[in-house]
Design a protein around this ligand. Structure first.
Ligand code: SAM
Length: 282
């Protein structure tokens, strides 16, 4: 009875603060009081899916997991909280920079292996776009090769990225010039499904990485890191911590690329701006 009442009511003040603190500590997402209704809706949806009727019991499961099943529930809850909006060649200026400035500058120095990390890759539109640019560039440069690492905290979106399968709507913004070489249509045309070509997938790796982790298994020699449209969900101290660590994974001539609404101004990081939302190590 008491459990039912707790579920039917809104998240109490103390429970909200505790849950928001847990989410912030776990994945960096900053839930302000103005997002309380959104949090409640997602909480109730996750509780229903898990068959749990008490807000208190569900919050305890998240904040003090006792079993592997509880840990899996945390992943499902965080999956439900993340905003995964993305698109192929979203913010096209970044792909132009990669193709026309960054890769030519590195190759002029004799470099022939190019490594790029898409650090909040969502369903994969971003890393596949990067791979298409790299593939075309390497195709024109004898002896050149590339690697793209695609990571995200959300397992649900990573599954689609790994599958490399997209519907017509999802590829709507993929420029024609990339479709011929890098896109395959499903054998059954009535499914209107597209697959990323195997030659791209052969140069890519996918894994779950929480940018808030103290350590992640990523090498420190990336030529570019795309970390776009995720920092906006973090508060300033979290942005500083995440970006400081990301910068350590860049090679000296590498660049960090943020989303159009993101900036490092005022964060005092060892990075200098080279173009709008594009930074290089100091
Ligand atoms: C709005 S999408 C951006 C996708 C892509 N970078 C773009 O700009 O189109 C934000 C992504 O960040 C991921 N994310 C949120 N918190 C994260 C964290 N702590 N570590 C890694 N990824 C995270 C979400 O799961 C989501 O897929």
């Amino acid at each position: 009875m008491a459990q039912h009442a707790e579920h039917a009511e809104h998240l109490g003040e103390h429970a909200f603060e505790k849950l928001a603190a847990f989410i912030h500590g776990y994945c960096g997402i900053h839930i302000t009081p103005s997002k309380r209704t959104m949090l409640e809706a997602k909480l109730h949806r996750s509780m229903n899916a898990a068959g749990i009727t008490s807000v208190g019991a569900y919050c305890r499961l998240l904040t003090d997991p006792q079993s592997a099943a509880d840990e899996e529930e945390i992943v499902r809850f965080i999956d439900a909280l993340t905003v995964n909006k993305t698109d192929f060649f979203r913010e096209a200026v970044h792909f132009d920079f990669l193709e026309r400035q960054h890769l030519p500058a590195l190759s002029a120095d004799g470099q022939r292996l190019f490594k790029v990390w898409s650090a909040a890759c969502a369903i994969g539109a971003e890393p596949y776009s990067i791979a298409m640019v790299l593939d075309d560039f390497c195709h024109r440069l004898p002896g050149a090769d590339y690697f793209v690492l695609a990571t995200d905290i959300c397992t649900k979106v990573l599954d689609q990225a790994i599958s490399g399968r997209y519907n017509e709507q999802q590829i709507a913004h993929l420029p024609q010039k990339y479709r011929k070489r890098h896109l395959l249509m499903a054998k059954d045309r009535s499914r209107h499904e597209f697959r990323m070509a195997p030659h791209l997938r052969a140069k890519m790796a996918f894994s779950q990485v929480n940018l808030m982790s103290a350590r992640y298994p990523v090498s420190v020699d990336y030529d570019a890191i795309f970390c776009r449209n995720v920092l906006i969900y973090f508060d300033k101290p979290t942005q500083i911590a995440v970006l400081t660590k990301l910068a350590e994974h860049l090679q000296p001539k590498g660049c960090l690329i943020l989303g159009h609404a993101e900036s490092i101004v005022g964060l005092h990081l060892p990075l200098r701006q080279v173009a709008n939302t594009i930074y290089m190590p100091d």
